[in-house]
Design a protein around this ligand. Structure first.
Ligand code: 13P
Length: 343
């Protein structure tokens, strides 16, 4: 795989006016979300839910790629068609989550390091053969209660860079996801500081590991106040802070940035993404990269709450899923408005 091919895949994913749908929940996370809405916590329920998602009509109009999980990339529709074939048939690029989760970081109480490097080269080769063309690895940084430590940021950035280098070797575009969490009472200013420090460290490590920046996608958090912070900035202030931070730390050679939603309410995530793209599209800002989305909860949650494991709710849930995908696509043009939620 050449640099040009990696760059072309990255461009199709985030430079085409569409975004990425993350449906890469591990089985345990998926089960937890099912339990919260009363859906059965079984392999067949997970398969049905994922079939609902990948067969949503016109999904490919708004979604350029979907991130799958190891169980999911091997699953099939009831009629036997593999999910990978369904997606590629709809013009959607299949991707794969390859980390094995955030585990307690020794010597750093309350912090985690994301694992999964052992055996990764072999796993990436298998996923490529199965049709995946990009991958995801999520590092988790908490800014709550005096955290994060320098050691946590560095350990996670190093792992992200090692993962990214292995992906490129295998012909997969790595989504590099260092998530600064929303949980906590920290201010927006604190989130900004931690986000910038984390991204500086990540790009430093990517450089040290010879990762080709033209062949990655960055998946950051938006710069937000903590969920329990008494001061909650307006949508426009969040957008200004987010764009300013990214401009300070993300090299221009990165082909695109796709935000995670991080547990924001769906409509708020769309409104913030829209405000970010209004800034991006203004002639004075001239940003070097497109600003897309790679949402899981902010696209899936309303549909999941309709479905709740019931066969007779599939069409209504698909309608809700397509609606959220469509709203977020509109937000990439700065054309999302609350009125779209009433249609
Ligand atoms: P959320 O949009 O729900 O944060 O999920 C994105 C993701 O892929 C987390 O790793």
């Amino acid at each position: 795989m050449t640099v040009q091919e990696l760059a072309a895949t990255a461009h199709r994913l985030v430079g085409s006016g569409k975004g990425i749908l993350a449906m890469d929940e591990s089985n345990s996370t998926c089960d937890k979300r099912f339990a919260a809405v009363g859906a059965p916590e079984t392999e067949e329920a997970r398969r049905s839910w994922r079939e609902l998602i990948v067969t949503t009509p016109q999904l490919g109009d708004s979604i350029s790629g979907t991130i799958l999980y190891d169980e999911t990339i091997r699953q099939r529709k009831k009629d036997g068609t593999s999910f990978v074939n369904v997606l590629t048939g709809a013009g959607i690029i299949p991707g794969i989550k390859v980390d094995t989760g955030a585990k307690a970081l020794a010597g750093h109480p309350g912090e985690t390091v994301t694992e999964g490097l052992d055996g990764l080269r072999i796993r990436l080769q298998e996923y490529f053969q199965m049709g995946a063309r990009f991958a995801k690895w999520r590092a988790v940084i908490s800014p709550a209660g005096g955290l994060p430590s320098r050691g946590c940021i560095k350990a996670n950035a190093h792992a992200l860079a090692r993962y990214a280098a292995l992906c490129q070797e295998a012909g997969l575009v790595p989504i590099v996801e260092p998530e600064v969490l929303m949980a906590g009472d920290h201010t927006l200013e604190r989130c900004r500081e931690v986000t910038e420090e984390t991204l500086h460290c990540v790009f430093n490590q990517l450089y040290a590991q010879s990762v080709i920046l033209e062949g990655i996608i960055l998946k950051p958090n938006m710069v937000l106040p903590g969920l329990n912070c008494p001061k909650q900035q307006a949508v426009d202030e969040v957008a200004v802070a987010t764009v300013a931070s990214l401009l300070r730390v993300v090299p221009a050679s990165v082909p695109g940035i796709a935000f995670l939603s991080g547990g924001q309410r769906s409509e708020l995530a769309s409104a913030r993404l829209n405000a970010i793209n209004i800034i991006a599209r203004s002639t004075s800002s001239r940003l070097p990269w497109p600003l897309a989305f790679s949402f899981a909860r902010a696209i899936q949650q309303p549909a999941l709450e309709i479905w709740r494991g019931q066969e007779n709710r599939v069409l209504a849930a698909q309608h809700a899923l397509a609606h959220r995908a469509h709203c977020n696509k509109a937000a990439l043009q700065g054309e999302y408005s609350a009125a779209m939620e009433r249609t």
